[in-house]
Design a protein around this ligand. Structure first.
Ligand SMILES: [Zn+2]
Length: 74
């Protein structure tokens, strides 16, 4: 849970303004010091890299299907 020292408040991870406190703008400490790998797996604020590969492949496939259908109709 992100902790802001100046405000003495906990903030929800989604309420943060780009990693800073939405109230005072100070950088907040994460409260976890177990390492980056642990944070990525538990917090999950950003999608993992393989998710975007799947999204890119899906977009490419759908785009190719649209071009394929259009070319058949012409
Ligand atoms: Zn604050």
């Amino acid at each position: 849970m992100p902790w802001c020292d100046p405000c003495s408040l906990y903030h929800a991870p989604t309420a943060l303004d780009d990693g800073a406190c939405p109230d005072c703008g100070e950088a907040v400490s994460n409260g976890e010091h177990n390492g980056r790998e642990h944070d990525e797996r538990t917090v999950g604020q950003s999608a993992p890299w393989h998710f975007w590969i799947v999204v890119a492949a899906l977009v490419a496939y759908i785009g190719w299907r649209i071009i394929d259908v259009v070319m058949r109709l012409l």
